[in-house]
Design a protein around this ligand. Sequence first.
Ligand SMILES: O=c1[nH]cnc2c1ncn2[C@@H]1O[C@H](CO)[C@@H](O)[C@H]1O
Ligand SMILES: [Zn+2]
Length: 392
Amino acid sequence: MTSPNHATRRTPSPDQIRRAPKVLLHDHLDGGLRPGTVVELAAAVGYDALPEKEPDLLGAWFREAANSGSLERYLETFAHTCAVMQTREALVRVAAECAQDLAEDGVVYAEVRYAPEQHLEGGLNLEEVVEAVNEGFREGERRATANGHRIRVGALLTAMRHAARSLEIAELANRYRDVGVVGFDIAGAEAGFPPTRHLDAFEYLKRENNHFTIHAGEAFGLPSIWQALQWCGADRLGHGVRIIDDIKVAEDGSVTLGRLASYVRDKRIPLELCPTSNLQTGAATSYAEHPIGLLRTLHFRATVNTDNRLMSDTSLSREFEELVKTFDYTLDDMQWFTVNGMKSAFLPFHERLAIISDVIKPGYAELKSEWLFQQTTSTRGTADVPYADGPR
Ligand SMILES: O=c1[nH]cnc2c1ncn2[C@@H]1O[C@H](CO)[C@@H](O)[C@H]1O
Ligand SMILES: [Zn+2]
């Protein structure tokens, strides 16, 4: 006898993964351009240092160059995307396409980050950069609606950890908090640039009751996570994947958490995990060995993210496809990650709840019920073969 429970154990197909409502908390605006847009913007502004001029070749170049095994070399590829994002028009276009692409991929809520200080070379000031990106996100949301999708996009303003503008960027994030900006972040090379260098920015945001996440525990381990949480007071961890270094699994399978890992789990600190990006920078060796498997089993507040869709040639659906293939995840697992993401968003509580109860849960319920209708239209009559398994 087939039970609905049995049906939810089914492997979701790529099409179901794409249609499932998804939440994305960690995605870089300057890491998610369409290759064709990079080529067109480069031609428009006279930037002639692109390594390839044809979109497919350029896309492949980004993927290969980012596959370096080192965060520092991975980050070098952003010189090309930032170079073509120096005018108001370019920023509006890139942000609009970002919102549109995420919506097409089934993302219903996204927080997209970028570093305003990296977009001043064409003469814009920090405010003009933020306003251009906000305008682009609103335009992208409108286009998504016109195409039958619904998405909300909030911006996170990033300060570069090797630079010295973090307090200024934190103040900027605070000024625009009710107009499109939902929080703050620091990014860039981690080794040698501990988050405590930017303590004044974090303390300022705490005094303002504002939200921030910190890239930590990606290229550098536990000390970086510890500082981000216990010195800086981060609400979430960008990556945080190295928390695995504080978790011991014995031969008999028993698990012991160190003090820091216990704290992260007990306080429900959200981990913005980005599996494919981690493979490229060397933070993990394979999907199968990616800590997300264990972190999910241990009920950490794990979320699934893209980091840089261009450099990783990925989408949130593709990240889930890889996880489904590797860990046999079901729609229930996807829903768990998605609700984790929404609970961890920098939106007011009642809005988070409304998206969970009115968008995410009904969306998954709809997908989970599809097998019932496939069964009635199936030519196969027996109850124990009501559906074909999706590709693994
Ligand atoms: O995975 C990452 N770790 C640290 N920094 C990153 C990562 N991905 C992108 N950026 C950095 O964030 C800047 C603003 O979006 C990018 O320009 C890039 O330098
Ligand atoms: Zn990142």
